[in-house]
Design a protein around this ligand. Structure first.
Ligand code: SF4
Ligand code: SF4
Ligand code: SF4
Length: 275
């Protein structure tokens, strides 16, 4: 009886060993397969505003998904297995849905439990911008043209650069050919946006525009002419010119009507602090 048990146990042992070897082989192959897979940055996706440098971010993000849930325009998605080590971490694809700061208070950063998205930079920038106002108007009687809340929000939007827009191939741009645009915003994508100077969000696929010369990337940019202008070239053609104030929110790419899009936002490199 004891001998039979030993035999069965040996068989079980061999079976378990074989399973372990197969599992290791599978995990090893998967690791080998994924190690060379491009991560989300190499795909041109952006990290949410306030995100730490890529190495620090991968270390700090616990993949809880809270930033995904809180974003009012559903700009943030979680990376899948094809994104290698970035699996489960949040990203923004500006070709589909940009970060247009519709939340005002940068809620993804505010809600992040590990500061992988760091709210402090926004808080400091906002406070620094409004502090002189409160000194100047200690009784809170601000002139009509000054809204401290708006001053604070604008400073927060400027506080972090997640990407930079560029027009890699001018011949794809309608303005470069002196062409206008009449039709729906965007290039068939379903984005949501709060146009500059307004309080309501619009659905880009339901928004009709009509421009003699296309300048949609310029007029929908939440940071205006400090980030992008329509430049008149020497030969009389036009081209969007991206300026230092661009923070890489992706709105210009989201609303551009050409396919493929003429203006794209590339993620910028940040200096790692910890890795
Ligand atoms: S809230 Fe922070 S920790 Fe959670 S998924 Fe987003 S970035 Fe990662
Ligand atoms: S929205 Fe696109 S096509 Fe129109 S001006 Fe900007 S880059 Fe050119
Ligand atoms: S140019 Fe404006 S809309 Fe485009 S990424 Fe920069 S800040 Fe955003």
């Amino acid at each position: 009886m004891a001998a039979t048990n030993t035999k069965i146990n040996r068989r079980q042992f061999l079976k378990a060993s074989a399973s372990a070897v197969i599992s290791l082989a599978v995990v090893g192959s998967a690791a080998y397969y994924f190690k060379d897979k491009s991560n989300i940055r190499e795909k041109g996706y952006l990290r949410p505003p306030g995100s730490r440098a890529e190495k620090d971010f991968l270390f700090a993000c616990i993949k809880c998904g809270l930033c995904v849930q809180i974003c009012p325009v559903h700009a943030i998605k979680l990376a899948d297995w094809n994104d290698g080590l970035a699996y489960g971490t949040p990203f923004i694809d500006p070709n589909v849905q940009a970060c247009d700061y519709s939340c005002d208070a940068i809620q993804c950063a505010e809600t992040c439990p590990t500061a992988a998205i760091d709210f402090q930079i926004f808080k400091h920038a906002g406070n620094e911008a409004v502090a002189p106002l409160f000194k100047k108007y200690p009784d809170g009687q601000f002139p009509k043209d000054i809204n401290p809340f708006e001053v604070q929000i604008l400073a927060m939007k400027r506080a972090d650069k997640i990407g930079e827009a560029e027009v890699p191939n001018p011949t794809q741009c309608l303005a470069y050919h002196g062409q206008g645009y009449k039709g729906k915003l965007g290039h068939g994508n379903k984005g949501i946006l709060r146009p500059p100077g307004t309080k309501e969000r619009i659905k880009i696929q339901e928004t009709e525009v009509n421009r003699e010369i296309c300048d949609l990337c310029v007029t929908y940019c939440p940071l205006g002419d400090e980030a992008i202008v329509l430049d008149k070239l020497e030969d009389g053609k036009f081209l969007p010119k991206v300026k230092d104030g661009c923070v890489g929110c992706g709105v210009c790419q989201m609303v551009c009507p050409t396919d493929p899009v003429a203006i794209v936002v590339k993620p910028v490199d940040k200096e790692p602090q910890f890795a």
